[in-house]
Design a protein around this ligand. Structure first.
Ligand SMILES: Nc1ncnc2c1ncn2[C@@H]1O[C@H](COP(=O)(O)OP(=O)(O)OP(=O)(O)O)[C@@H](O)[C@H]1O
Ligand SMILES: [Mg+2]
Length: 394
């Protein structure tokens, strides 16, 4: 399923926001996007890129909060061979890979102060240096940044540079939370229903009118991401049923009790149910990811085939319906090619990184770990990969 570059929504604030975004897209201005978690900051940044004259060039999303501080500069600007322990070869940074495209700096509020100085210089003069090099390089890259933190407060607390903040917020686009977007909630719900019906090959029977009322009145603390996940759970777990207010209440995890709009006398039991449903969805995603990974491995693993770690019993025994007989004591199992768990982990990470063309976010997602853990393991195993291009996610 291809990623939409449209920013969906018909409500007045969203129409105005889109209008502004299209105007800004056609300039070279650095943009700061603010909004609650899950409100669509990355979607809006892709929309700006798609409407800019750089739309045919690379769009590189960088999650500043997930990349350890010590690695972020090398990721952004690249490094020379020997710049630090483990820098076995020189590598391109995102600015070089972007190649006149757009870099999206997500969670900019998490960026270390010393990296902020360097980025301010890039914004003002286009100049930067690779880690471990004194040679000044130039980049012509559009920057879009996003945060769900209050940067003004971070400036007051001296956690964010004031000059960088004012430079960034010269064009600020704020995405309103979903609960303030009225009928957009139903429009987005429809959009996700169609998308997931196609993806899972299931039919959705729709909402009763009182269930739609709940959708409109719910506080959506996780915004569009929460709505999207809810629709997917409803489609998979309640297939074939029309969604009533009772079913919907059963599924909604009410996180903001003060603003809570769903009357729920058996909250603890329902929260427990929601947790189980969420775990099932998570499991479903993980199984799909593993399936994709195995398929990919199978296709690529035609040359050097190592024996599987767990061998199935011989076919004849399975077919005859008898239990596999105990192997004779003198037969030592063939352990050639058996890897330790660490070797296996290193190989899996390296293979997945290669498969994802160096896209760490996608690699982490496929492996079911967060990006920070992935970076830690790449460092631990000294895994190198040159291709930093982040292929657009599908
Ligand atoms: N206007 C929109 N149209 C269609 N899908 C959207 C829209 N806005 C958000 N989404 C979907 O909602 C989810 C969250 O969006 P996104 O990642 O852009 O949010 P975010 O504000 O960057 O979140 P976070 O603060 O957690 O980084 C994504 O799956 C995205 O596809
Ligand atoms: Mg984001």
């Amino acid at each position: 399923m291809s990623r939409t570059t449209d920013f969906l929504g018909q409500s007045t604030p969203i129409q105005e926001l889109k209008h502004l975004a299209i105007q800004v897209a056609q300039t070279e201005a650095t943009v700061l996007i603010t909004g609650e978690t899950g409100s669509g900051k990355e979607v809006l940044s892709r929309f700006i890129h798609a409407n800019s004259k750089r739309s045919h060039l690379n769009f590189i999303p960088v999650n500043c909060g997930a990349i350890p501080a010590g690695i972020l500069e090398s990721e952004l600007f690249g490094h020379e061979k020997g710049a630090f322990t483990g820098a076995l070869q020189s590598r391109k940074g995102y600015f070089e890979s972007a190649d006149k495209g757009t870099i999206f700096l997500d969670e900019i509020g998490e960026m270390p102060l010393e990296t902020q100085v360097k980025l301010l210089r890039v914004i003002e003069t286009g100049e930067y240096q690779k880690v471990g090099s004194s040679e000044t390089r130039y980049t012509d890259t559009r920057l879009i940044a996003a945060t769900n933190r209050n940067l003004q407060q971070a400036v007051t607390e001296k956690n964010f540079r004031e000059d960088f903040y004012y430079r960034l917020r010269s064009v600020e686009l704020h995405i309103p939370p979903l609960r303030e977007r009225g009928q957009d909630i139903l429009i987005l719900a429809e959009y996700f229903i169609t998308r997931f019906e196609q993806q899972h090959g299931l039919l959705f029977e729709g909402f009763t009118s009182d269930a739609s009322e709940i959708l409109l009145r719910y506080s959506w603390p996780g915004n569009i991401r929460e709505l999207k996940n809810l629709i997917e759970s409803l489609l998979i777990l309640e297939k074939g049923k029309q969604i009533t207010s009772e079913i919907l209440e059963k599924h909604l995890v009410q996180r903001n009790r003060d603003k809570g709009l769903v009357h729920d006398p058996e909250r603890s039991e329902k929260n427990e149910l929601s947790l189980i449903y969420n775990s099932l969805i998570q499991l479903h995603h993980e199984i799909s990811d593993i399936r994709r990974l195995l398929l990919h491995r199978e296709q690529n693993d035609t040359t050097e085939r190592k024996p599987p770690l767990l061998l199935p019993p011989p076919v004849t025994e399975l077919q005859s319906g008898t239990l596999p007989s105990t192997p004779p004591a003198e037969t030592e199992p063939d352990v050639t090619g058996i890897m330790t768990l660490e070797e296996l982990e290193k190989k899996t990470i390296a293979d997945t990184l290669e498969m994802c063309k160096g896209n760490k976010r996608r690699t982490a997602k496929l492996l079911g770990i967060n990006e920070r853990t992935l970076y830690r393991k790449i460092g631990k195993y000294g895994i190198e990969n040159d291709d930093r291009l982040q292929a657009p996610e599908s």
